[in-house]
Design a protein around this ligand. Structure first.
Ligand SMILES: NC(=O)c1ccc[n+]([C@@H]2O[C@H](COP(=O)([O-])OP(=O)(O)OC[C@H]3O[C@@H](n4cnc5c(N)ncnc54)[C@H](O)[C@@H]3O)[C@@H](O)[C@H]2O)c1
Length: 243
């Protein structure tokens, strides 16, 4: 299929996990992708696997200078129509075990990174005739999640930032939506023990983790024109975990 024919899409944190699945799917749908990450070897290997439709930029989302380089890579391809703010860290700890450094680390990557990203892409997206931004939040941005106060703070923030940006950017033809995955089978969850992961699945009515391909299909819908009247929405993709 060609649902992203002639589209150029930037995916942060795209070297592995959900971002990598999105890169593969988007290319199969006709897009060219700019994959960015701090994981240089994995990012370059993925771009090589995807051939001429993909490029990789080493990019720390907390750095405005790095963002400028990522945007320049999209510009070199001819424009920018979609951006997935996917990069994130998850270092769970309860309130009383969270120090200021851990809190700030989450804020910088998960929240500030998304803020700089949305700001950075607007001029090129506008020049490209409009576009779609998808912010990857979490079910931790929809309800109280145990033992992850810093992570939760940032994922709730993304939900609000998405709506504020959607209002600001609608006149420019740029849509902004957030998605809220439940537990997805990626390396990010390796910080939890097998027992903790099993206990978490008990809270999921569908009693299983989601896959990266299920996430990629939803993000594809939101970056493509198939969702052309959807902006400011928060879409849970969680096997019913937030019901
Ligand atoms: N896995 C889950 O259960 C789950 C659930 C809900 C939401 N999420 C969110 O989904 C997104 C993708 O996570 P994933 O599950 O694929 O995990 P992952 O750990 O495989 O992917 C996260 C990616 O972000 C990159 N990254 C981290 N810090 C960065 C920085 N400063 N600059 C650029 N890149 C950076 C990592 O190198 C990694 O490639 C994250 O935002 C995460 O919070 C994950």
């Amino acid at each position: 299929m060609d649902r992203l024919k002639d589209k150029i899409i930037l995916i942060t944190g795209g070297a592995r996990g959900q971002g990598a699945a999105e890169a593969r799917l988007f290319v199969s749908e006709g897009a060219r992708v700019v994959i960015t990450d701090v994981l240089e070897d994995q990012g370059r290997a993925l771009a090589a696997e995807l051939g001429q439709s993909a490029s990789f930029v080493k990019h720390d989302v907390t750095s405005e200078t790095d963002w400028a380089a990522a945007i320049a890579a999209a510009q070199a391809l001819g424009g920018l129509h979609g951006m997935v703010n996917n990069a994130g860290i998850y270092q769970p700890a309860r309130l009383m075990d969270t120090d200021v450094q851990l809190f700030e680390r989450h804020m910088r990557v998960n929240q500030l990174g998304c803020f700089i990203g949305m700001k950075s892409v607007v001029p090129l997206m506008e020049k490209s005739g409009g576009g779609s931004i998808v912010n990857i939040s979490s079910v931790a941005g929809l309800r109280g999640s145990p033992g992850a106060i810093a992570y939760s703070a940032t994922k709730w923030a993304l939900r609000g930032m998405t709506k504020a940006a959607a209002v600001d950017l609608a006149p420019k033809g740029i849509r902004v939506n957030s998605i809220h995955p439940g537990p997805i089978d990626t390396e990010m969850l390796n910080v939890r023990t097998t027992e903790e992961r099993a206990a978490r699945l008990q809270l999921v009515p569908m009693k299983r983790m989601g896959t990266v391909d299920e996430i990629a299909n939803l993000v594809l819908f939101l970056v493509s024109n198939e969702s052309s009247y959807i902006t400011g929405a928060e879409v849970a993709i969680d096997g019913g975990a937030t019901l």
